[in-house]
Design a protein around this ligand. Structure first.
Ligand code: SF4
Length: 63
């Protein structure tokens, strides 16, 4: 999917790593333990939706 549709609110991200475990080709934790979409991300839409639903702090949105 188009990675520009994926939005991370880093103020909400707690760095739990759930999303990067679900979609490791799309998300990574940076040195501040905040999630980023990878530069050359390969984001599977279903995995991203699952990560959005699984994020405990609601930091991921798709639009
Ligand atoms: S699942 Fe949510 S809180 Fe956890 S690392 Fe990903 S964006 Fe941050």
């Amino acid at each position: 999917m188009d990675k520009n549709k994926i939005h991370i609110n880093q103020d909400l991200c707690t760095g739990c790593g759930t999303c990067s475990a679900i979609a490791p080709d799309c998300f990574r934790l940076n040195d501040d333990f905040k999630v980023e979409v990878l530069e050359n991300a390969n984001c599977d839409e279903e995995a991203v939706k699952m990560a959005e639903e699984s994020c405990p702090s609601g930091a991921i949105s798709i639009h």
